[in-house]
Design a protein around this ligand. Structure first.
Ligand code: NAD
Ligand code: HSO
Ligand code: ZN
Length: 443
């Protein structure tokens, strides 16, 4: 991994953001044109386009795009018992935490007779994307579906790539996870075209009703499709190519740090793994442990590409304070804090998708069974967006209920502001109720 030595330097926030190792936003932008043409094709030609795209990108010929219920039922029946236990544990913990996130409505009488309500409602129909290119992601079925169900969403549709190995159906463990969660509308469509299908819907040889919100992780084609469809449907944050940053000091266990950096590098050759440390000695020991682990890891080629790419590296700082500044500027999807007092460091972190404290909370725990969600903002978007949660599937409506006296009391304020904005009909609408006159000239 390349080393960036910031010791003795005081880079500005702007400079820090530009020098920390990361895939540039041009990386996702490189998919812009191809995704635009995929989406246009799906919009105009529906299932015919989807079948052609599946042949081109997934190498499958599909008769039906919708997965039959008996394939879902069979996947549940044939599920390995240990995997079933794992999925059920993950569902149980994620469900408990998602239920705890349900927001309360807010009610306020802002003045006598002036009642306001902030009422949360679930989105009616949502589309969940579950990736399935380089790896298989049944855990992402849980991370998408459980908060949607906790929010009270009425209609859930799931889309995931068809697999050549399974005759054009999605991977059976992904189907089994859907079955365990009671999801019966599953489509074998992958990549940008899946997002287009759920956003536009189609009604030709098969029918897919459009959704109101789409969520889920995926590669750059998925992330770009979400960017392009954002004005048509609600989308969650940009949960693109995985990244991990670790703030570590001399107290950290180098083998744990190495194992965790490697764990996320195995997702994708473009995944980012970053160590931020004020201890050169720790950095050297992590490098040794990492080399040893990379030698024997299953997806060695992918991991080596990720760890040696421009998006990965070691940043040497001259203090824990500077490590925190660097991490906040980087805004990682996952941040591990492997320091003497991780809770104190976490309290000073503003920008991270999820924070993992201390030696016994590794990122892979959060990937599967911590109870937290693994669909998290990447590419620095943790500066302004959150990981998937129950409110990602909800929206709030504000309800205004004033009595005649309450309106009369605040009327002069409304009328003065309407004059100031040269929108006198606004003031007149209030004046009509107060003075029993509805002409603008009276207001
Ligand atoms: N941030 C998160 O919360 C999170 C969670 C899980 C996974 N991930 C990330 O999700 C990604 C999963 O990627 P994946 O590739 O394994 O699965 P994927 O489902 O995202 O992508 C596979 C699809 O990409 C499409 N595709 C492939 N090549 C294409 C091309 N040249 N042009 C257009 N479309 C093409 C195909 O249609 C295929 O079905 C990884 O990068 C992983 O790091 C992120
Ligand atoms: N680390 C991924 C989020 O970036 C989530 C995941 C799913 N399976 C394994 N890991
Ligand atoms: Zn992972």
């Amino acid at each position: 991994m390349r080393v960036l030595d910031l010791r003795g330097q005081r880079p500005s926030e702007a400079r820090l953001r530009s020098i920390v190792p990361r895939q540039t936003s041009e990386f996702v932008s490189s998919a812009e044109e191809s995704v635009a043409s995929i989406l246009a094709d799906v919009k105009s030609r529906g299932t015919a386009a989807l079948r052609e795209l599946a042949a081109r990108f997934d190498g499958v010929e599909q008769a039906d795009l919708r997965v039959p219920q008996d394939a879902i039922d069979r996947a549940v029946e044939e599920l390995d018992p240990a995997v079933r236990d794992g999925l059920e544990t993950a569902i149980e913990r994620t469900r408990a935490f998602a239920a705890a996130q349900r927001p309360d409505d807010a009610h306020l009488e802002v003045a006598p007779g002036a009642r306001l309500t902030h009422r949360w409602t679930p989105v009616r129909r949502v589309g969940l994307y579950v990736p399935g290119g380089l790896a298989v992601y049944p855990s992402s079925v849980i991370m998408n579906a459980v908060p949607a169900q906790a929010a009270g969403v009425e209609s859930v549709v799931l889309s995931t790539p068809p697999q050549k190995e399974f005759g054009g159906l999605p991977h059976p463990t992904t189907l089994a996870a859907a079955g365990l969660l009671g999801i019966d509308e599953v489509w074998a469509i992958g990549g940008a075209q899946a997002l287009g299908a759920m956003a536009y819907g189609f009604d030709d040889s098969e029918t897919l009703e459009p959704v109101d919100t789409m969520t889920g992780p995926g590669n750059i084609f998925v992330a770009m499709a979400k960017r392009q469809l954002r004005s048509l449907v609600g989308v969650d944050g940009e949960a693109g190519t995985t990244e991990i940053a670790v703030i570590a000091d001399q107290h950290a266990n180098p083998d744990y740090v190495a194992a965790d950096l490697l764990s996320q590098a195995e997702h994708d050759p473009h995944a980012g793994s970053l160590l931020i440390t004020d201890s050169e000695d720790l950095a050297d020991r992590v490098a040794l442990a990492l080399a040893e682990r990379v030698n024997r890891t299953k997806h060695r080629e992918r991991v080596e590409t990720a760890l040696t790419g421009p998006q990965s590296g070691v940043i040497l700082t001259d203090s824990l304070d500077q490590s925190i500044d660097v991490a906040n500027a980087y805004a990682p999807e996952h941040l591990e804090i492997q320091t003497e007092n991780p809770g104190d460091v976490a309290a000073r972190m503003r920008n991270a998708g999820a924070i993992f404290l201390g030696p016994y909370s590794p990122v892979p725990l959060g990937d599967y069974a911590a109870g937290s969600n693994h669909v998290l903002p990447t590419g620095g978007s943790a500066r302004y967006s959150s990981g998937l949660c129950t409110t990602s599937f909800m929206k709030a409506v504000q309800i205004i209920d004033y009595s005649a006296e309450a309106l009369e009391h605040v009327g002069p304020a409304v009328e003065a502001l309407s004059r100031a904005e040269d929108l006198p009909a606004h003031g007149a609408a209030v004046a009509a109720r107060i003075k029993e006159s509805d002409t603008e000239g009276d207001s």
